[in-house]
Ligand binder design. Sequence first.
Ligand code: GLU
Length: 504
Amino acid sequence: MTTVRTRIAPSPTGDPHVGTAYIALFNYCFARQHGGQFILRIEDTDQVRSNRKSEDDILSALKWLHLDWDEGPDKGGPHGPYRQSERSAIYQTHVSKLLEEGNAFHCFCTAERLDEVRKQQMADKQQPGYDGHCLHLPADQLREKLAANIPHVIRMKVPREGKCVVHDMLREPVEIDWAQVDMQVLMKSDGLPTYHLANVVDDHLMQITHVIRGEEWINSAPKHLLLYQYFGWRAPVLCHMPLLRNADRSKLSKRKNPTSIGYYQKMGYLPEAVINYLGMMGWSMPDGTEMFSVQDMIDNFDIKRVSLGGPVFDTEKLDWLNGRYLRESISDVEFIQRFTEWAFDREKLHAIVPLIKPRVERFSDVVNLAGFFLSGVPAITAESFNHKQLSPEDSLRILQFTAWKLESIEAWHRDRIEQALAALAGLLDIRIRDFLFPVFIAIAGTAVSTSVIDSMAIVGLDMTRARLRHAMVVLGGVSGKQSKKLEKEYQQLFALSQEADDGQ
Ligand code: GLU
C-alpha cells in the first residue's frame, strides 16, 4: 500500500497567513490519520515577491502551532531540495521533455500583443485567453527567433475539443470543456517555472498522494491534470477546501480581519486554541465537542465531513475559545509559566529596553512606559485624538493613509517606516510632529511615549495594522463610500508627486 503523503506549499510573500495554517492543519491531520507523512515545500518561484524573512516567519508560525513536518527546507529529506528556487534544473529538464514531445511550445508574443488580443476578446464577449498565435510556428522561424535570442515563454498545449473531468474528494465530478482552459505559461522568459509547472513536477517527485489546498486553485486543476497526463504520471487525489471568510462572507482579508498568525501570537492567544479554532472551520467533531486537541482531531478525522459552506473566521468566537483554554485547560502554575514566556520574550525586550532606559528612574516605571508593547489595542476614545491643528477627519485621513503606506514598505525596519511617513506628511503638507500625533495615539494610546516609529518597528506590521484599524473605528470608522473617496485622494497625492518628480 502506498504511504499517504500530503504537503503544505506556501509562497513566502508576506506575513504567515491563518489560511496557510488552516490548510496545513487539514493536510497534517489527514497524513497523521493514515500514518503518513506531511511535507513542507516553499514555492518561491516568484522571485520579486518572495523573501527569506517571510519564509522564516512562516516556518516559525507553523512551529508555534506545533504543525510539525517530516521533510522540509530546514529538515531536508529524500526528495529535496524543498525550496523551488533551488530546483530550477529539474524544471528545465521537464519542460524540455514537454517541448520534445510536442506538448508545449515557445511563445514569442509581446505583452502589447497579448493585451490587444485580450481587449478584442472582451469586446467580442469571448472568454479571454491565449489565441494560439505561436502554436504552429514553422521550424525554421522558430530556430531563427531562438538564435536571435528573442524573449519568449513556454506554454502548454491544451486541446480545443473535448472535456476534462475533475474529481475532488469533497465534490461530485465536474466536467470542464478544454476550450475554456487557457494555454498556460509554464516557463517565464527568465527561465523560471510558473506555479503550475513547478507544483505538478514537485508533487510528483515528492510522491505526494493527496493535494489538499484552498478552493482558489480548483480552476487550475484541469491544467494540472493535463500536465500529469503529458508526463505519463498518476495524478494525486485532489481536495479543495472552502476558503475562510470575513464576517460579511467576503474572502478573509487583512483589511477586515487580522490574518497574520504573528498577530494572534502577539495578542497572547494560545497556539492550541488557535489550532482548535482552525479545526472548527468547516469541520466538527462527530459528537459536536467544541474544545478539542489536534490529537482528538486526528483520532476522529474524516475529510469527507468538511462542509463546503465558507467558514467564517470570527475573532469573537476565537476569544471565547481562548478564554476557555486559559481558564479550563491550564493550571495556575502553567499559566504563570506560559504568560512569562509570552511577556518576557528576550528578543523583544532587547529591542524595547534601549528605548525606555533613558526615561526610567525605577523598575516600576517600566510598566507605564512599556506596557503598550504588550497590550493588544490601547484603551482610547475619540477624545484621545483632540488636537489643536487636527480635526477628527484629519486624524482619520492620516491613519488611513498611514495604514496604506505602510503596506507598501519592502522591509519592516524603523528607517523605512520613518522615510515612508515623512514622505506622506510632506505630501499632505502637515508638520511631522502633528502628523504623528494620531499615530502615537493609535499605537501607544498616548502622545507621551517612546518614539512611535521605533514602537511600530517593534510591534510589527500585523500589530500596527490592527491598532491603526482600531483607532479608525474609535474615530467613527470609514464607510465604503468614504474609503473610496480617501483612496482617490491618496492616489492623487502620489500621482501629483510623481508628476513633480518627472518635471524636475
Ligand atoms: N503556493 C501555492 C499557495 O501558496 C500552493 C497552492 C497549492 O497547494 O497547490 O497557495
